[in-house]
Design a protein around this ligand. Sequence first.
Ligand SMILES: Cc1cc2nc3c(=O)[nH]c(=O)nc-3n(C[C@H](O)[C@H](O)[C@H](O)COP(=O)(O)OP(=O)(O)OC[C@H]3O[C@@H](n4cnc5c(N)ncnc54)[C@H](O)[C@@H]3O)c2cc1C
Length: 372
Amino acid sequence: MSSMTSSPFRVVVAGGGIAGLEALLALRELGGDRISLTLVSPGDRFRLRPLSVAEPFALGHAQEISYERIAADLDVTHVAAAVEAVDDASGELRTDDRRTLEFDALLLTPGATMVASEQRALTWMPEGAKELFGGLLQDLDEGYVHRIAFVVPPGPTWPLPAYELALMTAREAETMGIEAEITVVTAEAAPLAMLGLEAPDALRGALAAAGVTLVTGTTVQVEQQPHLHLAPDGDGEVIAADRVVFMPALRGPEIEGVPRDDHGFILRSPHGLVEGARRTWAAGDGVASPLKLGGLATHQATGAAREIVRAAGVEPPEEDDELELDAVLMTGTAPVALDDKPLGDASAAPSWWPARKVASRYLEAYLERTRA
Ligand SMILES: Cc1cc2nc3c(=O)[nH]c(=O)nc-3n(C[C@H](O)[C@H](O)[C@H](O)COP(=O)(O)OP(=O)(O)OC[C@H]3O[C@@H](n4cnc5c(N)ncnc54)[C@H](O)[C@@H]3O)c2cc1C
């Protein structure tokens, strides 16, 4: 164990998204002044992406916190760059602007990158969603489109926003008194099946109540002749649509020196250490896992943070670290909780959203605090 006068244990967190911010909060809380914290992330702000779904409907917007604010609140040094290469053995990383940083522990939280899943359809991306999806809603409002299909493709993707967009679009049409046929076509065996048993039931109920058609266990091709439609692979009925919106396919961050799977996702052990590494951990969407969810990203982040403070010679307090994959779905009216915890006085008003939208140990409270 190090003495009180030794220099701080240098921790670098690479990626200032949901996992990265949760990790910084946990590390500062658990590690105190025993550790120094550096955040390496491009850009100048954290953005709570899950809320971007509400933007085209003017029902909320993605909360943002500047890295400057986070740096001041948590005594973090922010380096505005992306990590390009990691050398775990020497404890060094290189950034895309050619800086070299030394670390005693590194936590990689770079998230996933998005690629368009289907060239002949819209791909829904959280940045720019307002413009792209706003145009679609306008066409709906003006009567140019009636049938909209949302597609959850196979492989790594974010399924959750597809259901929210479908529900909110159905709600929008209803409010405007417009006839609309909204369909979700998903490769999943059941909607959000990987969340556990309650999720599909609660979600099925919400979709049925909103009149959204659900087609599960189906992958589709977009075809344009003689008119736009979705052709299921295998047998199954053709789905006619005036507009088709795909969720993006996700790929891993591909950082040099970091082992990865075929899609570029980081390979890590269950406790969070990167395969073959001694002082590099990884958490969040950038990690090889069939599930891409903020609640999983934060869980992995706190788990890694605990291991890192241990490596710094600080024993974190005992804690129940069971994973609870809850999430709350926006619907345009009453939100739907995908677990059995009551939502309290939740309403369609967005003020409560950030608090429960992404399950976390530390982030929720910080989001509340910075919003005030
Ligand atoms: C529209 C939408 C709705 C969603 N809704 C929900 C929901 O309701 N509930 C839920 O739990 N989850 C939801 N999710 C999923 C959730 O947003 C993700 O699982 C979560 O953001 C993953 O966190 P992360 O920190 O791994 O990645 P991100 O949040 O994507 O953050 C990654 C960060 O790393 C930075 N970065 C990238 N590459 C590098 C690099 N090489 N070096 C340094 N930094 C880098 C990026 O700039 C970014 O700041 C939703 C996702 C979307 C898109």
